[in-house]
Design a protein around this ligand. Structure first.
Ligand SMILES: *Cc1c(COP(=O)(O)O)cnc(C)c1O
Length: 543
């Protein structure tokens, strides 16, 4: 009996030891992968920032500090609220349903009144917005609205009830695949670039699990990639390695990306073009890495949408004198497994539409959700949403038919010419600024190389002149996404004045300086900016 007890306690000890070493091995393998991906210096810096943030957060718990932070935050929140939510007794608030339904005349009149009450100061039709409104012209708007009206109640979840909507969605995907040179590929429509990207992350995750047995998936993205990849990874519990881009070319750092690839990698990411500075990653080189390590490669053409596929046809892909050259980026590049393209950006389709494309139909299957056992019947849906607005599909189909290849070619030519004119003129006539990289398409970002010019201050001075531009933080810079409404001359003339003013009389108080300056300047910045952003979201739902 004693010998049996000894054996079992020995077995127990052995199991404990094995388990201990297993955990140590797993954790150190994880740490090692992390270290290899980020490098020792970056890992150390990350660790330092983490400690600094925690120390400061602890310090902020002191009552005196707390009071100060609360006062500051309350003030900032009030500023946001003052900007967005109307005040006063003469503002009508609709907080309960009307007892009896209103007439159509009343409804439209009330909307006019609301527009007036809210006093929007931004007239997007003046062409001073960066991106935001991708206007295809008044005639096109009529076509889209008519298509909307015709299919107002339709829902592609029921293709037997709305067969024309099913056909239109399939055709939108087919036309877009053709544009990206993959007539044999597959895809689906989604509600926008973010959903297209989240779907692609999910598809590659499920593919990697099924084919390669990966249970702790990781993706590798350049720091210029859109936040939607982080959002998708956060939703889907995937580890993200963010690799800094080359500071001069603004392209993905291939060596660092290669170093970050490991047995858990499911996909790499490249943009054509990226959101922050409009540059393009070397997709061919990324494709080679993806093929060699048998991982996916998502090319984000959400912003490039219907501009980058037309650069070649417009004779603009070669750039001018070595500048603004477009490298190959579509399905003709080996290794590319997925491409996202936003019809609602330079496709001029109504907001809420995008296309996610895959190299083949086999890969697309990993995007689907199928539940054969649901009490409500066999359930199968292609993407995130269940019911979807068929009217949006009809509107997108109408926009694409209305534009045609010739229309998109013309819009590509005029928009890209405008962007290059802006970049060239900045280089030629504003010596205090520099252009980030060599942007081939519609987005131009500029930073300051003059010690007395804070580029965020320049952005604030541009805002005083009616421009809505985007502030970037790594490095501090400002960008404009040109649309058909942007006028290069007007922009550069205002920019020259703004630079002069920023140099002579910096206020240090504008929105860009306040919000983004804080985020960069201290370890606590990001935490505070995060809190402020959360407060901003809360404010959005104040009736
Ligand atoms: C706009 C954009 C997205 C995401 O688009 P949404 O339509 O806003 O969800 C993704 N990538 C890039 C490069 C973009 O510019």
């Amino acid at each position: 009996m004693d010998s049996r007890r000894i054996t079992s306690s020995r077995t127990y000890e052995l199991l404990k030891t094995v388990l201990f070493f297993y955990v140590v091995f797993k954790q150190s393998a994880k740490a090692q992968r992390h270290l290899r991906a980020r490098g020792i210096i970056t890992s150390f810096r990350e660790f330092y920032t983490w400690i600094a943030q925690h120390v400061i957060m602890l310090a902020l718990r002191l009552p005196a500090a707390q009071r100060k932070v609360r006062t500051e935050m309350d003030k900032a929140k009030q500023d946001i609220e003052d900007k967005l939510v109307p005040k006063g007794i003469d503002v009508t608030r609709h907080l309960t349903l009307p007892a009896v339904g209103q007439t159509p005349e009343w409804i439209l009149a009330e909307m006019d009144k609301m527009d007036k009450e809210m006093g929007s100061t931004t007239d997007w039709s003046l062409g001073k917005l960066s991106g935001a409104v991708y206007h295809g012209g008044a005639d096109m708007e009529r076509v889209i609205v008519a298509a909307y009206a015709k299919y107002c109640v339709s829902n592609p979840l029921h293709p037997d009830v709305f067969p024309a909507i099913r056909k239109m969605e399939a055709e939108i995907v087919a036309m877009t695949l053709k544009l990206f040179n993959n007539a044999d590929g597959a895809g689906t429509m989604t509600s926008g670039g973010t959903e297209s990207i989240i779907m692609s992350v999910k598809t590659h995750r499920d593919w990697a699990r099924a084919v390669k047995g990966i249970t702790e998936p990781e993706i590798i993205i350049p720091s210029s990639a859109h936040a939607a990849f982080d959002k998708g990874a956060a939703y889907l519990k995937i580890k993200v390695h963010t690799i800094p881009v080359d500071p001069f070319t603004r392209r993905a750092d291939l060596k660092a990306i290669k170093r970050a690839i490991n047995a858990n990698t499911i996909m790499l990411v490249g943009s054509t073009i990226n959101f922050p500075d409009g540059n393009q990653d070397d997709i061919e080189a990324l494709g080679k890495l993806a093929a060699r390590y048998k991982v996916g490669l998502h090319v984000d053409c959400c912003l490039g949408s219907f501009i980058v596929p037309y650069l070649e046809k417009a004779g603009l892909a070669e750039g001018s004198g070595g500048k603004y050259k477009l490298l190959p980026f579509d399905f003709r590049v080996p290794g590319v497994t997925a491409i996202s393209c936003d019809t609602h950006k330079y496709g001029f389709a109504p907001k809420g539409s995008s296309v996610i494309m895959y190299r083949d139909a086999k890969l697309r299957r990993y995007q689907y959700y199928v539940n054969p056992d649901w009490a409500g019947g066999v359930y199968a849906s292609p993407s995130l949403s269940g019911s979807r607005p068929g009217a949006l599909i009809a509107g997108t189909w109408a926009a694409m038919q209305y534009m045609g290849s010739e229309g998109y070619l013309e819009s590509c030519r005029s928009i890209v010419t405008c962007a290059r004119e802006i970049a060239d003129k900045i280089v030629a006539s504003i010596p205090e600024l520099y252009i980030l990289g060599s942007p081939p398409a519609s987005v131009v970002a500029f930073g300051s190389k003059h010690p007395k010019v804070n580029v965020l201050e320049v952005g604030d001075k541009m805002a005083l002149r009616g421009w809505h531009l985007n502030a970037l933080t790594g490095p501090a810079a400002v960008h404009i996404a040109c649309t058909r409404l942007t006028k290069a001359d007007m922009f550069v003339a205002d920019l020259k004045d703004a630079v002069k003013e920023a140099m002579l009389s910096p206020s240090g108080k504008g929105t860009m300086v306040a919000v983004y300056g804080l985020g960069n300047s201290s370890a606590v910045g990001p935490a505070m900016v995060g809190q402020l952003a959360t407060a901003f979201l809360d404010t959005m739902y104040k009736a």
